[in-house]
Design a protein around this ligand. Structure first.
Ligand code: KG4
Ligand code: ZN
Length: 363
């Protein structure tokens, strides 16, 4: 291999300010540092991410995150080969903060600048963590996105289906709000579900009778609201009912994701890859029940299954630095005209998704 690359990554597209240093290795890459400063306490009183608060916090914290990432990796800017930064999609104020920071570093050091699609960061995470080869089928499930992608290269994605409304992470967050749990909802709903009966509350599995692998999650929250109201006692939710609601919701999301993954794998396998690999990524991939369901499906269909370690499911800058390595190797650099994009679909040939997610307009 030529001299291994060392890339600084910067991520600020939602409510995590992050910086990381990733170094190329003979068979993939190694994370030298990954700093993530979450903002959940700043948004706690508002029941969701407030874009203006997020943008200000990113602007205040980015320099510190970059310094911490360099220090933990025991490198200086002189050791860095390029600066990779999330340039979209996401909440525009935060993305602008990250892009400005990266441009400043690139201008000051003369190092190349690489604009990275946040979704590509999630989609290439299995190459960072497990060095899997192209092509593979990816289920990207996060707070703002839900799509099945055939990943053929660092800049070669085909979307074969996805949510037509809410993303599953959004649905977890709304469910948490409805049953009195804090944000971000996913991990709290998962914990509450441990003590619940997943068959206690009947909830719909929308679009399951339709062909293809599009999904819908918005009907779940209406059904959950009704189910919650039906079990309230003097306006309060008993702990067992809260647990049953959480478990039933989580089971419904798992059934939808696993059922539609089966369809997506059918489509993918019909194109006959020699060694089929199915990978899941994004915040919702941290959910053990959903990971377990997808793992079982892949065992049944004799596909290799990969899911990132929990810290690399949710937003981080290591995944952005890693995409930076691949884009560097492809000669894909940006200049000072790099701009922040609220919308940036990975597959520009696919129909655009409608609506607005937690991170703003959907890609
Ligand atoms: O990928 P991510 O950090 O940000 C986006 O790009 O959206 O995903 C955050 C989302 C949140 O909606 C959060 O509730 C959800 O991922 N999440 C989970 C879990 N951990 C995080 N959902 C279900 N179970 C979890 N354990
Ligand atoms: Zn994300």
């Amino acid at each position: 291999m030529t001299q291994p690359l060392t890339i600084l990554g910067i991520e600020s597209s939602c409510d995590d300010t992050a910086a990381a240093v990733v170094r190329e290795t003979a068979d993939g890459a190694a994370i030298l540092s990954s700093i993530v400063e979450g903002q959940s306490t700043l948004h706690a009183d508002f029941g969701g991410v407030v874009p203006e608060i997020a943008a200000r916090a990113h602007a205040e914290r980015l320099d510190h995150c970059v310094e911490a990432a360099l220090a933990e990796a025991k490198v200086t800017l002189a050791d860095i080969d390029a600066i990779a930064v999330t340039a979209g999609p996401g909440l525009i104020g935060g993305v602008v903060s990250g892009v400005m920071c990266a441009k400043g570093l690139a201008a000051a050091t003369g190092k190349p600048l690489i604009g990275v699609n946040h979704l590509a960061g999630h989609a290439l995470t299995p190459r960072l963590t497990d060095a899997i080869a192209y092509p593979y089928l990816m289920l990207l499930v996060s707070g703002g996105h839900c799509q099945f992608l055939i990943v053929r290269g660092a800049d070669d994605f085909s979307r074969i289906g996805g949510s037509i409304d809410d993303a599953p992470g959004e649905a977890f967050d709304k469910t948490a709000r409805l049953i009195g749990l804090p944000q971000p909802g996913g991990p709290h709903v998962e914990r509450a579900a441990d003590a619940g009966d997943a068959t206690a509350i009947p909830l719909p599995r929308p679009l399951m009778d339709r062909p293809g692998c599009d999904m819908s999650f918005s009907g779940l929250k209406t059904a959950l609201l009704r189910a919650r109201d039906a079990v309230l006692v003097d306006g309060a939710l008993r702990a067992q009912d809260q647990a049953d609601l959480a478990a039933s919701f989580q089971r419904a999301v798992r059934d939808i994701l696993v059922g539609k993954s089966r369809r997506a794998l059918d489509i993918y396998l019909s194109k006959a890859p020699v060694t089929p690999t199915f990978a899941v990524a994004g915040g919702v991939a941290a959910n053990q029940s959903i990971r377990g369901g997808l793992q079982d499906l892949c065992s049944e269909l004799s596909c290799t299954f990969t899911a990132p370690p929990l810290a690399l499911c949710t937003d981080n800058a290591a995944m952005i630095a890693y995409v930076g390595i691949e884009r560097f190797r492809l000669g894909m650099f940006d200049d000072m005209t790099l701009s922040a994009r609220p919308r940036w679909p990975l597959d520009t040939t696919a129909q655009p998704m409608l609506g607005h997610g937690k991170k703003g307009a959907k890609a």
